[in-house]
Structures are given as structure tokens and as C-alpha cells.
Design a protein around this ligand. Structure first.
Ligand code: HEC
Ligand code: HEC
Ligand code: HEC
Ligand code: HEC
Ligand code: HEC
Ligand code: HEC
Ligand code: HEC
Ligand code: HEC
Ligand code: HEC
Length: 470
């Protein structure tokens, strides 16, 4: 690896040197026109031959789709590009020298042509190619998307400059397709910081990666990116937020840091055995079929429908135990990019831990689709506070809003503790430990009763949960 890098740079250096030499000669001769000629001199005879036809204005071709494809390649920009050392034929190896330019070749559309050329980057950029092949964009193309990007949508092979310089930020290739998100980003803390102070703040790829882009809500990739820059974030939150780890798991960062956003609870189907989100099986989609069948009126699933759906995912012979994991998140992709400075972030416990709290008024159920993006179905919000569903909505008790009385009382104590200071973290932890143990004991007791819930491993109701009307 190293030696090839050195080779590359030596070749580049040698090229540059000869470029400078030729430049000087041109200057000495005092012929203005020679500059362009000097650039030409960088090119091989073969490349020059291609460009003798192709660097002509107005060279266009009408495709079957009716689109016009410009066939003009500017010698000047090609010579200035990072691909100067790459020959036309390295990428265009399939041209037939005998007939080329003489016979008309039919091409369906621009997209079709790009697709036919897409393998050409593989030989020299193996690593990027492999990363990209594992991305949501590549998966979308496999599914037949006409809009998802391949290499040449983000990098023009004939004009590519160093990707280290993306100035102004609108030059990021992501902006042209995710326009609304870009606009939101450009106004938020990171966009503003980037505009003011340059590269330390993330551009799109800083949080999502450029090549191995994954569906944003899948796994912890984006959250890990946040924490890799904000290394002391967990500690800073621990100063005021009890059980920060649990809150970070149950709440996406934008849900507190995009103060104007609307929020919702996302109940994710989660494989408790494999410890990851359940994915829709390719070929035999069942999520849409099951949820549509259970909700013919399209009112959102009620608790009973949700319960039977879970049973379906836990039938005999189905591998892995499927549970629901709640997460509080913002409702739209645009809102996830409206992060503001810390003074505006949500800090008031009552914002969430209060009966009828706004974030709990919208609920969806999701499974990871074949490309990783979530497939959704609406859930009636009452499900969150209902007794039956508490059994399946494991690990998502937003105290107060979902009305577990015992925990409610505890919350008051925690809040008081935070104010009165002497109740340190240890005390709080111990308090929770005893509550948890109590709950666990009650669950166990309930499970051993006949007629208890049949879902394997699902916790049962506790004597302390009180069902209330909205
Ligand atoms: C004699 C002039 C000439 C030369 C030399 C030439 N081309 Fe072309 N090229 C054309 C014309 C004319 C077309 C449009 C053909 C058509 O309408 O089907 C074309 C089309 C193309 C296309 C569009 C796709 C296709 O196959 O039609 C590519 C890519 C291309 N040329 C690349 C090259 C490369 C690379 C070289 C050098 C190896 C080269 N050309 C040399 C004239 C030329
Ligand atoms: C690094 C690989 C690479 C090199 C080097 C390269 N091309 Fe291309 N070329 C491509 C790809 C990929 C496309 C398809 C463009 C797309 O997807 O938009 C293309 C498209 C074209 C087209 C069709 C018009 C267009 O822009 O889509 C022409 C003409 C062409 N190339 C000529 C050339 C000539 C002439 C050279 C040498 C001076 C050259 N190419 C060098 C990869 C390359
Ligand atoms: C024949 C080998 C070859 C092929 C094929 C090739 N490249 Fe390159 N590419 C290079 C070299 C060499 C460089 C310069 C690397 C350097 O100096 O760091 C480069 C640089 C780049 C850069 C800039 C990297 C940076 O440092 O910012 C991008 C982006 C790029 N190539 C994209 C592509 C795409 C897209 C394709 C396919 C259309 C492609 N390349 C095909 C050899 C190739
Ligand atoms: C969705 C847009 C997008 C697609 C698709 C894409 N890239 Fe990139 N690429 C970027 C961005 C943005 C950067 C610069 C930021 C970075 O590296 O994090 C980059 C950087 C690069 C670099 C320079 C990396 C470095 O570390 O020096 C190369 C080489 C490259 N891309 C090649 C490719 C190839 C080959 C493909 C196709 C397999 C491809 N890219 C597909 C957006 C894209
Ligand atoms: C500071 C980190 C960060 C930056 C910078 C960032 N994003 Fe995001 N992006 C996120 C988060 C967080 C989410 C929501 C993830 C979740 O649901 O947990 C997201 C979600 C998305 C989604 C999915 C939207 C949906 O409908 O669910 C897309 C697409 C996206 N981002 C594109 C971009 C683009 C394009 C840029 C650059 C203009 C960008 N992101 C910049 C953090 C970032
Ligand atoms: C050529 C157009 C195009 C470009 C360029 C592009 N994307 Fe996308 N991207 C799409 C399409 C189409 C989808 C699927 C529809 C959607 O989810 O918006 C998608 C999906 C995504 C998703 C998954 C959305 C989800 O629901 O989780 C993320 C994340 C994403 N893109 C980020 C990026 C980033 C980061 C860049 C730049 C490095 C980028 N995109 C560049 C077209 C593009
Ligand atoms: C429950 C709401 C909430 C959640 C969830 C949350 N934050 Fe915060 N965050 C805040 C509040 C409120 C502040 C301001 C605290 C203060 O200044 O007193 C803050 C401060 C910050 C700061 C500034 C720290 C400093 O003082 O330097 C960063 C960075 C930050 N959060 C990142 C994150 C990240 C990354 C996540 C997701 C992993 C996240 N936050 C999740 C509410 C939250
Ligand atoms: C590439 C590094 C990087 C990544 C990734 C990143 N940030 Fe930042 N973030 C910064 C920088 C730099 C600033 C501006 C300087 C500062 O205030 O620390 C900033 C500022 C912030 C602020 C404002 C802090 C304040 O003091 O008011 C918040 C909140 C924040 N980021 C949250 C997030 C969240 C949430 C994510 C993930 C979705 C994230 N960041 C991802 C670098 C990053
Ligand atoms: C943005 C909404 C939100 C805010 C603001 C918020 N919480 Fe929470 N909190 C939650 C959610 C959601 C859970 C559910 C976690 C679970 O059930 O596992 C939770 C769980 C808890 C728990 C139980 C943790 C455990 O050990 O299981 C306590 C205690 C708690 N919050 C206290 C607070 C306090 C005190 C504040 C204010 C300083 C606060 N929360 C602010 C949403 C929030």
C-alpha cells in the first residue's frame, strides 16, 4: 500500500515538475497560447486523440429517452482534475476503435449510460467501492431506484477535484438530492459553525459517512458519530439527567436538541436474541401484509392488534425473540437537522414526564425495510398507557406520561433530589435498584400464574400499574 502511494506521489511530482518546466519554456517564449498547449502535453497521444473530437462545443447526442447528452469533455478541466494521470481508456475500455464515432450507437437514457459505466471505478478504488456497495444508496439502486446515487453522481470523473476541499458547503454532493435537509442543516449549529469556522463541524458525511451511508435510524451509527466528536457529552448530561445512558438509548439526540421539532414514539420491532432491529425479510414481506390486515380502517393498530402481531413474530419455529423497543424521536428528516445551541435544548423533565405529554401523542411501529429504511405503521396512542401493551412495550416506561404510579412517585423524589443536592447519584441509583427488584419480583410472580401472558419472556403487568382513562 505504502509503496504504491509513494509511487503515485512520485509520478505526480514528476508530472508537476515537467509541468513547471514546460510552463517556464512557454513563458520564455512569451507565447500566451502555449499555456493551453502545455496542459495538453500532460496527456498521452491516445487521450489527445479522443479529445481532438470530444473537446468540441456542441457535440451532443440525442438518446432514446429524448434527453440530450453532451459529449464535450474539456481538455483544460480534465488536465486540472485528479484523474489527469488516468487515461480515457482506463475507464472507457469497451469502445470499439474501428466503429467509434462513425456509427451511431443507441443509448436508452443518461441514467442507463451511467449505470453501464458504473463498474469502471472499481479497479482503482476498491476500498471505496466495497464500502459503497454496503450502503443504503447501493441497496436502493439494486431495488431499482432511478434516483439513488452511484459514484459518478457524486464525483464527475472528468472534472473531479480533491474532495478535501468542499467550499462552499453547498458543494457537497449530498445537497443536490437532499435539498430540504441541506437547507435545514445549513441553518443549524453545525452548518453555521462550518460556515464560520470551517472543517471541525461535520458536513453530511461527518455524521452519515460518504460511502457506507446507512439508513439514518438503523443501529447506532449516527449517535456514535455524535459521541465520537462530543467526547464529554455523556458526562455533561450526567450532571443533570439521571440515568443518562438509558435516556440516550430511549431518546434520539435531535428529540431534545431540535427544540421546535414535533416528536413521536417509535416502537421498533427488536430481536431480543440477536440484539438488533428486526429486518423485513426480502422476498416474503410480511410487515405491510400483517399490519394492513389488522388495521383495515387505517386508524392505527390498537393494543390487541399489536399484541397479536407480536405473537405472529414469535410463532413457534420463528427464530429470535421479538420485542418492542420504544424510542422518542423527531417526526421528519428535516427536523433532525435543526439542531440548536445547548441553551435551547429540552431540559424540563415535565416536558416528557407528565400525563398527556406532547411527545407521546403520536406513535408508530417500525421494522427495518430491506434497504434499512424504516417501514411504518401507525399505532393508537392509547396503546402506550394500556396495561396489556405494557407487557410487550418492554423497557419504555416514560414515567408520568405512561402512568406507572410507583415510578411517578419516584420521579418526584428524583427531581427533589436533584434540587436538594444531598441526594447523590448513589442514593438515586439504589432507590431505582430496589424499585426494579420489586418490579422484577412481581413480574416473576405474575408469570408463574396460570393464564399469564404467553409471549416468551415478556414481562407481565405489575400490581402497581393503574389503568386510567385518557
Ligand atoms: C473521430 C472522432 C472521435 C474520436 C477520435 C473519439 N470519439 Fe467518442 N464519439 C464520437 C462521436 C461522433 C460520438 C457519438 C456517437 C453516436 O452518436 O453514437 C462519440 C461518442 C462517445 C461516447 C458516448 C458513448 C458512446 O459509446 O456512444 C463516449 C463515452 C466516447 N465517445 C468516448 C471516447 C473516447 C474515450 C475516445 C478515445 C479513446 C473517443 N471517444 C474518441 C467521436 C469520436
Ligand atoms: C475515471 C474514469 C474516467 C476517465 C479517466 C474518463 N472517463 Fe469519460 N466517463 C466516465 C464515466 C463513469 C462516464 C459516465 C458519466 C456519468 O455517469 O455521468 C463517462 C462519460 C463520458 C462521455 C459521455 C458524456 C458524459 O459526460 O457523460 C464521454 C464523451 C467521455 N466520457 C469521454 C471521455 C474522454 C475523452 C476521456 C479522456 C480525456 C474520458 N472520458 C476519461 C469515466 C471516465
Ligand atoms: C485507472 C485508475 C483509476 C480509475 C479507473 C478511477 N480512478 Fe479515481 N483516481 C485515480 C487516481 C490515481 C487518483 C488520484 C489519487 C491521489 O492522487 O490521491 C484518483 C482520484 C479520485 C478522486 C479524488 C480523491 C481525493 O483525494 O479527493 C475521486 C473522487 C475519484 N478518483 C473518483 C473516481 C470515480 C468516481 C471513478 C469511476 C468513474 C474513478 N475514480 C476511476 C485513479 C483511478
Ligand atoms: C453519495 C455521494 C457519494 C457517492 C455515491 C460516492 N462518493 Fe466518494 N466521496 C463523497 C464525499 C462527500 C467525499 C469526501 C468526504 C469523505 O471522504 O468523507 C468522497 C470522497 C471520495 C474519495 C477520496 C477519499 C479519500 O479519503 O481521500 C474517493 C477516492 C472517492 N470518494 C471515490 C468514490 C468511488 C469510487 C465511489 C463509487 C464506489 C464513490 N466515491 C461514491 C461522496 C460520494
Ligand atoms: C450532526 C450530524 C448530522 C449531520 C451533519 C447531518 N445529518 Fe442527516 N441525520 C442525522 C440524524 C441524527 C438523523 C436522524 C437519525 C435518527 O432517526 O436517529 C439524520 C437523518 C438523515 C436522513 C434520513 C431522513 C429521514 O427521512 O428519516 C437523511 C436522508 C439525512 N440525514 C441526510 C443528510 C444530509 C444530506 C446531510 C447534509 C446536508 C446531513 N444528513 C447532515 C444527523 C446528521
Ligand atoms: C443522486 C441523488 C443522491 C445523492 C447525491 C445523495 N443521495 Fe442520499 N438518497 C437518495 C435517495 C433517492 C434516497 C432514498 C429516498 C430517501 O430516503 O430520501 C437516499 C437515501 C439516503 C439516506 C437514507 C434515508 C433514511 O431514511 O434513513 C441517507 C442517510 C442518505 N441518503 C444520505 C446521503 C448523504 C450523506 C449523501 C452525500 C454523501 C447523499 N445521501 C447523497 C439520493 C441521493
Ligand atoms: C433529554 C434531552 C437530551 C438528550 C436526549 C440529549 N441532550 Fe444533549 N443536552 C441537553 C440539554 C438540556 C443540554 C444543555 C445542558 C446545559 O447546558 O445545562 C445539552 C447539552 C449538550 C451538549 C453541549 C455540552 C456542553 O455543555 O458542552 C452537547 C454537545 C450535547 N448535548 C450533545 C448531545 C448528544 C450527542 C446527544 C445524543 C447522544 C444528546 N445531547 C442527547 C438535552 C439532551
Ligand atoms: C465532526 C464532529 C462533530 C460531529 C460528528 C457532531 N458534532 Fe456537534 N458540534 C461539533 C462542533 C465543532 C460544534 C461547535 C462547537 C461547539 O459548540 O462545540 C458542535 C456543536 C454542537 C452543539 C451545540 C453545543 C453548544 O455548546 O451549544 C450540539 C447540541 C451538538 N453539536 C450536537 C450534536 C449531535 C446531536 C450530533 C450527532 C447527531 C453531533 N453534534 C455531531 C462537532 C461535531
Ligand atoms: C425528551 C423527553 C424526556 C426528558 C426531557 C426527560 N426524560 Fe426521563 N425519560 C424519558 C423516557 C422516554 C424514559 C424512558 C426510558 C425507559 O423506559 O427505559 C425516561 C426515563 C427516566 C427515568 C427512569 C430511568 C431508568 O432507570 O429506567 C428517570 C428516573 C427519568 N427519566 C428522570 C428524568 C428527569 C429527572 C428528567 C429531567 C432532569 C428527565 N427524566 C427528562 C424521557 C425524558
Amino acid at each position: 500500500m505504502k509503496s504504491s502511494c509513494t509511487m503515485d506521489s512520485m509520478i505526480l511530482w514528476a508530472r508537476r515538475k515537467s509541468f513547471i518546466l514546460t510552463g517556464i519554456v512557454a513563458l520564455v517564449l512569451g507565447l500566451a497560447g502555449m499555456a493551453a498547449h502545455a496542459a495538453d502535453a500532460e496527456l498521452s497521444k491516445e487521450d489527445k486523440a479522443c479529445l481532438s473530437c470530444h473537446d468540441k462545443e456542441g457535440l451532443v447526442k440525442t438518446l432514446e429517452s429524448g434527453e440530450l447528452l453532451s459529449l464535450q469533455i474539456s481538455t483544460q478541466t480534465f488536465v486540472e482534475s485528479m484523474h489527469l494521470g488516468t487515461s480515457c481508456e482506463d475507464c472507457h475500455s469497451d469502445l470499439d476503435a474501428k466503429t467509434h464515432g462513425k456509427e451511431k450507437k443507441s443509448i436508452k437514457s443518461k441514467r442507463d449510460f451511467s449505470l453501464s459505466m458504473r463498474e469502471s471505478c472499481r479497479t482503482c478504488h476498491k476500498k471505496k467501492f466495497t464500502e459503497y456497495e454496503d450502503s443504503v444508496h447501493a441497496a436502493l439502486i439494486k431495488e431499482g431506484s432511478k434516483k439513488a446515487p452511484m459514484c459518478s453522481d457524486c464525483h464527475n470523473p472528468h472534472t473531479v477535484r480533491s474532495t478535501k476541499i468542499l467550499q462552499p458547503i453547498a458543494q457537497t454532493p449530498c445537497a443536490k438530492c437532499h435539498e430540504e435537509i441541506f437547507k435545514a442543516y445549513a441553518k443549524d449549529v453545525h452548518g453555521q459553525e462550518r460556515i464560520a469556522n470551517g472543517k471541525i463541524a461535520p458536513l453530511c458525511a461527518g455524521c452519515h459517512q460518504a460511502h457506507a451511508v446507512k439508513a439514518a435510524s438503523l443501529g447506532d451509527g449516527v449517535k456514535d458519530a455524535c459521541l465520537s466528536c462530543h467526547k464529554n457529552a455523556v458526562e455533561k448530561h450526567m450532571d443533570w439527567l439521571p440515568n443518562t445512558a438509558r435516556h440516550f438509548e430511549a431518546i434520539s439526540c435531535p428529540a431534545c436538541h431540535a427544540p421546535t421539532a414535533q416528536r413521536r414514539v417509535n416502537l421498533r420491532l427488536y430481536d431480543g436474541t440477536e440484539k438488533r432491529q428486526v429486518s423485513e425479510k426480502t422476498g416474503v414481506p410480511q410487515f405491510a401484509r400483517l399490519t394492513d390486515a389488522a388495521d383495515t380502517q387505517d386508524m392505527g393498530l390498537d393494543e390487541r392488534a399489536l399484541w397479536s402481531l407480536l405473537k405472529e413474530f414469535n410463532r413457534d419455529g420463528v427464530q429470535g425473540r421479538t420485542v418492542l423497543r420504544g424510542r422518542l424521536e423527531v417526526r421528519s428528516g428535516v427536523e433532525a437537522h435543526q439542531l440548536s445551541d445547548k441553551s435551547k435544548a429540552i431540559k424540563d423533565c415535565n416536558f416528557c414526564h407528565k400525563e398527556g405529554a406532547a411527545p407521546f401523542q403520536s406513535v408508530t411501529l417500525t421494522i427495518a425495510g430491506p434497504d434499512g429504511r424504516p417501514l411504518r405503521h401507525g399505532i393508537q396512542k392509547e396503546v402506550l398507557s394500556s396495561l396489556t401493551s405494557m407487557e410487550s412495550v418492554r423497557g419504555f416506561y416514560a414515567i408520568g406520561s405512561t402512568r406507572i404510579k410507583l415510578l411517578d412517585t419516584l420521579l418526584v423524589m428524583v427531581v427533589l433530589g436533584a434540587i436538594c443536592v444531598p441526594l447523590g447519584h448513589m442514593t438515586v441509583k439504589r432507590m431505582f435498584k430496589s424499585v426494579r427488584e420489586k418490579l422484577e419480583a412481581e413480574k416473576l410472580a405474575a408469570r408463574s400464574q396460570p393464564g399469564g401472558p404467553t409471549l416468551p419472556g415478556a414481562p407481565s403487568d405489575t400490581g402497581d400499574t393503574t389503568k386510567q382513562q385518557e
